[in-house]
Design a protein around this ligand. Structure first.
Ligand code: HEC
Length: 210
């Protein structure tokens, strides 16, 4: 569901941006007739797109375990752009319409940046008394710091479209690849975790399987 909403949201955003680039360009170039034609033609699709945009975006916002502050700025930029666009196009005000488009493009850029960003966290290794600290124990500490928000300590949480790690069939190499490069709502960790931390967390992920 989450991943489906994520893809729908992305598609809707692209269509929206495309439409607004065209409409704003026509306004700036004084192409009033073409603009009126397009506006009439896209009225209903635009209503559908806006609804889809809000529903998918709202759903993801409420089902995200952690929200980066870029995401909040993005939400504010999107909502600020709406009245500017409405007034800008209604009154053929080029400045307002252009400003609205700039806000939308900024929001898009912020979303792209937030997606790839993982805050550095403190990794605390807790070894049971008397035991040696092996790779799984160290991997568990990394997992607790970075992964439980979506996967849960036992790997079964499935937050934000995450897969259940206790039934995952992936090879170690594929697990490592997903951790390095991310997938859908999972961010890449290659710039956050050290090679040894990644290898240890792969061991821990494997230990979650029965
Ligand atoms: C923001 C949420 C989130 C966080 C945090 C997160 N993941 Fe994920 N993870 C996902 C999602 C979503 C998927 C499913 C991607 C897909 O296939 O669509 C996934 C998939 C995986 C998979 C592949 C499972 C399979 O069978 O396909 C592994 C392994 C994995 N994550 C490990 C980790 C590890 C290790 C960490 C911490 C370093 C981590 N994840 C942090 C969301 C997250």
């Amino acid at each position: 569901m989450y991943t489906g909403f994520l893809h729908t949201h992305k598609l809707v955003v692209l269509l929206f941006l495309l439409l607004y680039v065209v409409k704003t360009a026509l306004l700036l170039l004084n192409q009033k007739e073409s603009l009126a034609k397009i506006t009439k033609f896209t009225k209903v699709p635009e209503m559908i797109l806006s609804t889809l945009f809000l529903v998918t975006g709202g759903y993801m916002l409420f089902n995200k375990p952690e929200i980066h502050y870029f995401t909040w700025i993005k939400v504010v930029a999107v909502f600020a752009s709406i009245p500017l666009a409405v007034v800008g196009f209604k009154n053929s005000n080029k400045v307002l319409a252009a400003l609205s488009l700039v806000l939308l493009i900024t929001a898009y850029g912020l979303a792209e940046m937030a997606k790839r960003r993982v805050e550095k966290k403190e990794v605390i290794v807790e070894a049971p008394a008397g035991s040696t600290i092996d790779a799984v124990t160290q991997g568990k500490a990394v997992f607790k710091a970075y992964c439980v928000a979506c996967h849960g300590e036992d790997g079964k949480l499935m937050m934000a479209g995450a897969k259940d790690l206790s039934v995952s069939q992936l090879s170690d190499a594929d697990v490592k690849n997903i951790i390095l490069n991310g997938k859908n709502s999972m961010a890449p960790y290659k710039n956050v975790l050290a090679e040894s931390e990644i290898n240890n967390v792969v061991e821990y992920v494997r230990s979650l399987r029965k």
